[in-house]
Design a protein around this ligand. Structure first.
Ligand SMILES: *Cc1c(COP(=O)(O)O)cnc(C)c1O
Length: 355
């Protein structure tokens, strides 16, 4: 399928200070759109000026939440090349989300071409300073104008590009996290493994309560027994316990992060004992009390590696590594960002260049 390009006649001014970009607040000059109609498939792939969508107020996504999304980044390498990080993984995951939400599949290679073309058209929007990047948000919404509850027969696929600033302004800063013991995010058999809007809507309440108490995010426990550790708001989580680096296994309720996967692959390539298994909050507390938990960190596209300095469970406040970044967290951060920025050799073949 050809991708048509209509360039904007009113380019926006580029950000003046890339340090002040924040996350997901500004958008580039163009966006990618593509429609799906039952019987016809995906059609009309196009890059057009960024602007409001025209949507029937009865569009099904507005009523029943039939939506999926992805999050990825384009980085400006030190030598000027523009690199994507494992985009095939994003679109494979999008298809898993599509399947769960009864949305028709997309062609992974075509979507990578669409991202490359959009980033290429909006090349000047890829930030230059260290730590900043062009955040890319593909999503699919159900657009059929019907109020009956069934899978839509029409969809819109959108890709937005948003220049985003450095996550950490002055080195990696450990975050404080609150272990949520009342609300749950996902259950096995539900939609936890899919990147779909409803998972985030149902997490907002716990997030607001945690924020009011001075915590930046919540750590979710499993939805059945509220006993096993799952993940943080938009990050997977790792614990260094003795010489084991453990992250909860993927049993259907956790989002399978690409940063999580890449971290496991890097740790194992360094000969470290990185495991995926069930980890109960009680096992963590016991190990903490025995002085065996040396580092805790989150992994996700936004922050890459986010050290956790404090974890609050009920009345117990656990602090890790004196609230400073640990050795393993720092090593992973340096390796991952080094590959993304083209500073280190890409031994795994993870980067894809945008020409
Ligand atoms: C996106 C996301 C992650 C991290 O996934 P990455 O592919 O590493 O960015 C983890 N948990 C949730 C709930 C997410 O939405």
């Amino acid at each position: 399928m050809e991708i048509s390009v209509t360039l904007t006649k009113n380019p926006k001014p580029l950000p003046e200070d890339e340090n002040k970009l924040g996350f997901g607040e500004k958008f580039s000059d163009h966006m990618f759109l593509m429609n799906y109609t039952a019987g016809k498939g995906w059609h009309d792939a196009r890059i057009v000026p960024y602007g409001p969508l025209s949507l029937d107020p009865a569009a099904m996504c507005l009523h029943y939440g039939q939506e999926v999304f992805e999050g990825m980044k384009a980085y400006r390498a030190d030598d000027g090349r523009i690199l994507l990080f494992r985009p095939d993984e994003n679109f494979k995951r999008l298809n898993n989300s599509n399947d769960r939400l009864e949305i028709p599949p997309i062609d992974v290679d075509f979507c990578i071409e669409a991202v490359k073309k959009l980033v290429s058209v909006d090349k000047k929007w890829v930030p230059h300073i260290d730590g900043a990047s062009l955040y890319i948000r593909p999503y699919i919404i159900a657009t059929e104008p019907k109020l009956g509850v069934h899978a839509s027969h029409e969809y819109l696929f959108v890709i937005l590009a948003s220049p985003s600033g450095p996550y950490y302004k002055s080195g990696l800063k450990p975050v404080k996290i609150y272990v949520e013991t009342k609300y749950v995010r996902a259950v096995r058999g539900g939609t936890g493994f899919a990147k779909t809007a409803g998972n985030y809507a149902c997490g907002l309440k716990a997030q607001e309560v945690a924020n009011r108490e001075g915590y930046s995010q919540v750590l979710w426990l499993d939805g059945v027994e509220q006993k096993y550790i799952e993940e943080v708001g938009a990050m997977n989580v790792f614990f260094v316990i003795g010489d084991e680096i453990v992250t909860p296994g993927l049993y259907g309720s956790i989002l399978p992060g690409i940063t999580r996967k890449s971290s496991l692959e890097l740790l194992r390539s360094w000969g470290l004992n990185a495991t995926e298994r069930r980890l109960s909050i009680d096992e963590l507390i016991e190990a903490y009390k025995a002085g065996r938990v040396s580092e805790v960190f989150g992994t996700g596209t936004a922050a890459v590696i986010s050290p956790v300095g404090e974890l609050k469970v009920g009345d117990l406040i656990m602090t890790f590594n004196n609230g400073e970044i640990g050795k393993i967290s720092q090593r992973l951060y340096d390796a991952m960002t080094g590959i993304q920025r083209g500073r280190l050799k890409d031994e795994f073949g993870w980067t894809v260049e945008v020409k």
